[in-house]
Design a protein around this ligand. Structure first.
Ligand SMILES: [Zn+2]
Length: 267
């Protein structure tokens, strides 16, 4: 795929994501719907509400992506987290579908340190079966977390094995985060091919530089060229994945525009 066909956007504030897209000249943006750290919500902050946002985004030619709250952990063995997580996930699926989003991104989650990861894989299967997926659910790789489901490739493979038999599995895709892959200890020279061999698809790339070293397990994004990821390698991942790109790098808009240019130069 040639560089000009890869759409590049950013994670933006949810109040007026279309104004944010305009400010950055971006054909796509990602946002939260409500509090990313709490069980309240989702809510649509846009003045025109969900229907207005859907119509205005369509008219503007801007693709919307929604990032689920960080607290969602459908893999955990802890009922008091897993059950509210599933409910919150369904609510976000519904809300994201209402605004016409192209995908809902959710972290792979984790089980507790002493838990058998097998339980987590099966909990993922159950979550997919229990959720009415009205739009693609994009499971994202994570940088760290004790007993994480999607930090290492082997675990991503086990999650995929588990969910492949679930009804609705065709609506589950993958979001590859470059910072998380690097800090999580996955070789960026092969990560795209490795993930594709497991999932068969990469629906979205979260392009981020990493403030931390390879395999550090730390999740701290930074603007391109200011972190520890080799610039050519970062561009190679984006190029090879060939999917739309969301930069979850620090703003404001000018910083995102600079990141877009940095990336385009290298694609
Ligand atoms: Zn991400």
């Amino acid at each position: 795929m040639s560089s000009t066909t890869i759409a590049i956007g950013a994670h933006v504030d949810q109040t007026d994501p279309l104004a944010e897209a305009r400010e950055r000249g971006a054909p796509l943006v990602q946002m939260f719907l409500g509090d990313p750290q709490g069980y309240a919500g989702p809510e649509v902050a846009y003045a025109g509400g969900a229907e207005g946002l859907r119509a205005d985004a369509e008219a503007a030619g801007v693709d919307l992506y929604v990032h689920a709250p960080y607290i969602v952990n459908v893999a955990t063995t802890n009922n008091r987290i897993r059950i509210p997580s599933r409910k919150l996930l369904q609510k976000h699926v519904d809300a994201a579908a209402e605004i016409g989003a192209k995908g809902l991104i959710v972290h792979g989650g984790h089980v507790n340190k002493a838990d058998d990861p097998e339980t987590g894989f099966d909990n993922w299967r159950k979550a997919v079966e229990a959720t009415d997926l009205k739009l693609p659910l994009l499971i994202e790789n994570t940088a760290g977390g004790d007993n994480a489901m999607t930090r290492y490739l082997e675990r991503i493979g086990r999650v995929w094995d588990a969910i492949s038999s679930a009804e609705g599995a065709d609506m589950v895709g993958f979001c590859l985060d470059t910072c998380h892959a690097h800090a999580g200890g996955n070789d960026l020279t092969t990560v795209v091919q490795d993930v594709l061999a497991i999932t068969g698809r990469i629906d979205l790339v979260h392009a981020n530089d990493s403030r931390d070293e390879f395999d550090s397990g730390a999740d701290r994004h930074t603007n391109f060229g200011q972190g520890r990821i080799d610039p050519d390698l970062l561009a190679q991942v984006v190029r090879d994945a060939g999917a739309p790109v969301v930069c979850e790098t620090p703003g404001p808009a000018e910083a995102h525009v600079a990141d877009f240019a940095w990336l385009r130069e290298r694609l």
